[in-house]
Write a protein that binds this ligand. Structure first.
Ligand code: PLP
Length: 464
């Protein structure tokens, strides 16, 4: 039985389930308050009106109201009827299987920057300035590649900061690297070579489009791209500046090898430059794309430099792929939000983006130094690698390949008991690849400053 009532101006769908009518009315009202459909202070219809609307006895409604008043959901005011109580609505309990997990006290999982450092003031200023000056047509449907203002600003920024060679016509603004890869997966067919360690999320994007991913082993020079000579892959996805998550940069000879392979075989190099802005000990390693913009698709993102929730990314388009990729973007969502694009363009042009990145580079470098020093002094049995860039380090643990998963799981369970979240390398290992031994991937960017040092101490106690 599902009824609506429109008495007293309220139009509320009230599903009554079960045979016990009074219990059903009570439950339907509790649900309506809990879900926010009935806001605090909302006046309810008189018991007579509601009973008439629902076709039930007036006493049944009066009793249900009485019970809910006793429980604190409703209040009965002399002379003004019954209202929803002015109380804080309890948060709904997470449903089984829901993706909302309780947040750990100390979160050292990789993949997220310090969201508390997002440059809110600069973003607000950029948004205000962009809105004040943008012509009306900037808010209409526009080129699926993105607004010219942002493509222009990104072209200049990428050339200056990452050695990327492109033009505004050959740049596509999208919703993060995730969307860049999803668009590519609609255009590239066949097998895609990937690094043996990486994001399962990326492999799944290609798998969802029917492309099999095949892993290339990693060593101290990065991915073994010379093996591509034997491969039928139509493209290779790499993180050349800072391999995710092991942190090794792709050696110069291998950068040349992979570009030669793509040129000679008419294949593609997909360059995921997710954290190229954050190199601490040497000059930044420039983009491979600069070696040959005709065969390398460069993917960049604001997810590490600003915040993942911003959902802005960009991809360079080799001439042969401009048309199919722009069409894929048009079909996916027509274009990325113009307001966000205008704000980022303003941030870049004003210099605020560079200032923010410089500040964050120092911030993360200090954290990296503190974490590495603490691990080296308190946990001599572990080996810390991949420290020269980015927002995570690889902590190799004693043990061999056969016990990698078990060792990592044991350690992660012990960490959880301390309120600490860390990730095992196994979850970043391609299903067709082998892992040398147990390791943890420790992200040092995510916690706020307030908890970072306590989190690092907790990790050292765990590993010491
Ligand atoms: C390896 C790698 N690539 C790319 C990204 C960024 O993805 P997106 O731009 O979709 O947020 C991340 C973020 O964690 C990453 O770890």
């Amino acid at each position: 039985m599902a009824k609506s009532w429109a008495t007293s101006g309220l139009d509320l769908h009230l599903p009554l389930t079960g045979t016990r009518v009074r219990a059903a009315v009570e439950q339907a009202l509790r649900d309506a308050v809990l879900s926010g459909r009935l806001a605090p202070g909302t006046p309810l219809p008189s018991s007579r009106s509601l009973a008439a609307d629902l076709g039930i006895a007036r006493n049944t409604v009066a009793d249900a109201y009485g019970q809910l008043v006793a429980e604190g959901w409703l209040v009965a005011r002399q002379g003004s009827g019954t209202h929803v109580a002015d109380r804080v609505t309890p948060a709904p309990a997470p449903k089984p299987g829901s993706t909302v997990e309780p947040r750990p006290t100390y979160d050292l999982r990789p993949g997220q920057p310090d969201a508390s450092s997002f440059p809110r003031t600069s973003w607000l200023t950029a948004t205000r300035s962009a809105l004040a000056t943008a012509p009306h047509h900037a808010l209409e449907y526009s080129d699926p590649r993105g607004l010219p203002e942002l493509r222009q600003a990104l072209t200049a920024y990428l050339a200056r900061a990452r050695g990327v060679r492109t033009t505004p016509e050959r740049l596509l603004v999208c919703s993060g690297t995730t969307q860049a890869l999803s668009l590519l997966a609609t255009v590239l067919t066949g097998r895609i070579a990937v690094e043996a360690h990486g994001l399962a999320h990326h492999w799944q994007i290609f798998a969802a489009r029917g492309s099999r991913t095949e892993p290339l082993p990693l060593d101290t020079d990065g991915a073994a791209v010379e093996l591509l000579a034997e491969s039928t892959a139509s493209g290779v996805l790499l993180t050349p500046a800072h391999q995710f998550p092991t942190g090794v940069p792709l050696a110069p000879a291998r950068r040349a090898t992979v570009v030669d392979w793509a040129r000679a075989r008419r294949r593609w190099v997909i360059e995921d430059d997710y954290d190229g802005e954050f190199r601490y000990d040497r000059q930044p390693v420039g983009a491979v794309q600069g070696l040959d913009p005709d065969v390398v698709l460069y993917c960049g993102t604001a997810s590490k430099s600003l915040a993942p929730g911003v959902r802005l990314g960009w991809m360079t388009l080799p001439p042969r792929l401009v048309e199919p990729l722009v069409e894929a973007k048009r079909l996916a969502d027509h274009q990325t939000s113009s307001l966000d694009q205008l704000a980022l363009a303003q941030l870049l042009v004003s210099g605020a983006f560079d200032r923010h990145v410089r500040r964050m580079r120092q911030h993360y470098r200090r954290r990296r130094d503190a974490l590495v020093a603490a691990l080296r002094s308190t946990a001599p049995t572990v080996q810390v690698e991949g420290i020269s860039a980015g927002q995570q380090v690889l902590v190799r643990l004693p043990g061999d390949a056969t016990e990698a998963r078990a060792t990592e799981e044991q350690l992660m369970a012990a960490a959880r008991a301390r309120g600490l979240a860390v990730a095992g390398l196994t979850s970043y290992t391609h299903p067709d690849a082998t892992q040398a031994g147990p390791a943890l991937v420790v992200g040092y960017a995510r916690p706020t400053d307030r908890v970072f040092h306590a989190a690092a101490r907790e990790l050292c106690r765990l590993l010491g």
